[in-house]
Design a protein around this ligand. Structure first.
Ligand SMILES: O=C(CO)COP(=O)(O)O
Length: 249
C-alpha cells in the first residue's frame, strides 16, 4: 500500500515563537491517523520543533541539505547535522532551490546520494515551467528531471523516495493544475518509474502534488487515483487550512 502523505513546506516563514505556536495549533487539531503528516520549518527551528512535537505523530523534515559531508561551505547544513537533531527526511529539488539557488539535476543527484547514504528519506520535487507546458514539452521535461537525478539509483533505494510533482506555474500563484492535469502527469510519472525500475517500485512510490493546494481544491485533487497526497506551501502556514487539507486526503 502506498503511503498517503501531506507535507507542509514552510519555506522562509515563521520565526521561533511562530513555529512553536503553529506546531501547538497542529497538535491540537490534527487527528487523521491514516495520513503521514510532515512539516518543514526553517533549519534554525528544527531542534525546537522536535521538542514541541515530542510524542505526537507529526514528522519534522528539512527543506534542503548540502551534498558534502562537512567542510568549508559557509552557511550550509549537512546530513549529519540534520540527523543529529532528529531529522530523518529531507525535501530536495524544490523549484525555488532550482530557480533562485542554481540547483541543477546533476547537483540534485549528488544530494540524493548523500541523503540515501545517510539513511534519510527524500521528498524529491520536480515539475515543469509554464513555457514547457505551453510548448507541449512537460512530459519530456519531467522525465528528464527524474532520469537525471534518480535513474542511477537501484530498486532498493526507492524505499526512501517520495516524489512531489510541483508544476512551477502553480506554485504560489493561486493557479492549480486541474485534477485531470495532475492525474495525467502522476500516471505518466508512475509509468516512467515502472518502466525503469519495475511495476512494484512504480506502484509503491508515493507521488504528491504541490502547487496552490488549499482546502477548497484539495479533495478533488486527492481523489485522483495516482495522487497520494500533497506538498503544501502557503496553506500550510495556517493550522486550520493545513488540517482541512489533511482531512481531505
Ligand atoms: O511550493 C510548494 C510546496 O513546496 C507549493 O506552494 P504553494 O502551496 O504556496 O503554491
Amino acid at each position: 500500500m502506498r503511503r498517503k502523505i501531506v507535507a507542509g513546506n514552510w519555506k522562509m516563514n515563521n520565526d521561533l515563537s511562530e513555529t512553536e505556536a503553529l506546531l501547538n495549533d497542529l497538535i491540537a487539531q490534527v487527528s487523521n491517523t491514516h495520513v503521514s503528516v510532515m512539516v518543514a520549518p526553517a533549519y534554525v527551528n528544527l531542534f525546537q520543533a522536535f521538542t514541541v512535537l515530542k510524542g505526537h505523530d507529526i514528522e519534522v523534515v528539512a527543506q534542503n541539505m548540502h551534498q558534502e559531508a562537512n567542510g568549508a561551505y559557509t552557511g550550509e547544513i549537512s546530513a549529519q547535522m540534520l540527523k543529529s537533531v532528529g531529522v530523518k527526511t529531507v525535501i530536495l529539488g524544490h523549484s525555488e532551490r532550482r530557480a533562485y539557488f542554481g540547483e541543477t539535476d546533476e547537483l540534485l543527484a549528488k544530494k540524493v546520494n548523500t541523503a540515501l547514504a545517510n539513511d534519510m528519506e527524500i521528498v524529491f520535487c520536480f515539475g515543469e515551467e509554464l513555457e514547457d507546458r505551453k510548448a507541449g514539452n512537460h512530459f519530456s521535461l519531467v522525465k528528464s528531471q527524474l532520469s537525471n537525478a534518480l535513474f542511477h539509483l537501484n530498486t532498493e533505494d526507492w524505499k526512501g523516495i517520495v516524489l512531489a510533482y510541483e508544476p512551477v506555474w502553480a506554485i504560489g500563484t493561486g493557479e492549480t493544475a486541474s485534477p485531470e492535469q495532475a492525474q495525467e502527469m502522476h500516471a505518466f510519472i508512475r509509468k516512467t518509474v515502472s518502466e525503469k525500475f519495475g511495476s512494484e517500485v512504480g506502484n509503491e512510490v508515493s507521488i504528491l502534488y504541490g502547487g496552490s493546494v488549499k482546502p477548497a481544491n484539495a479533495a478533488e485533487i486527492f481523489a485522483k487515483e495516482d495522487v497520494d497526497g500533497g506538498l503544501i506551501g502557503g496553506a500550510a502556514l495556517k493550522a486550520a487550512d493545513f488540517v482541512a487539507i489533511i482531512n481531505a486526503l
